[in-house]
Write a protein that binds this ligand. Structure first.
Ligand SMILES: [Zn+2]
Length: 107
């Protein structure tokens, strides 16, 4: 019971985090928390649904590209002199970006 209450509080907190500063890590924590809740509520289809979401998120966060092409926006895990997306040379900034796009419109 304590665990469920804790998970519900965590979920509410994470929903708020996602509203103010959405991030993949917050989203994955939210999915994890919802998985705990779904497991304790005994809803197997929700559990498998969330497990699929989590698997995808994990794949996405671990394979999340650190280098972004300045020309086409292609993201790569390693540094390329030539972009695999648009074949542009030296379009990659050697600076690692944490998923944020430095240029472009922001809210
Ligand atoms: Zn490119």
């Amino acid at each position: 019971m304590m665990q469920i209450r804790g998970a519900q509080a965590t979920e509410a907190m994470l929903v708020e985090v996602m509203q103010h500063s959405p991030s993949l890590s917050a989203l994955s924590k939210l999915a994890q928390t919802r998985l705990v809740l779904a497991e304790s509520n005994g809803s197997p289809e929700r559990v498998s649904d969330l497990q699929a979401t989590l698997g995808l998120l994990k794949q996405r966060t671990t394979s999340l590209a650190r280098y972004t092409c300045g020309n086409c926006g292609f993201r790569a895990r390693r540094f390329y002199w030539q972009c695999p997306g648009c074949n542009h040379w030296e379009a990659y900034s050697p600076r690692r970006s944490e998923g944020a796009v430095p240029s472009g419109p922001s809210m």
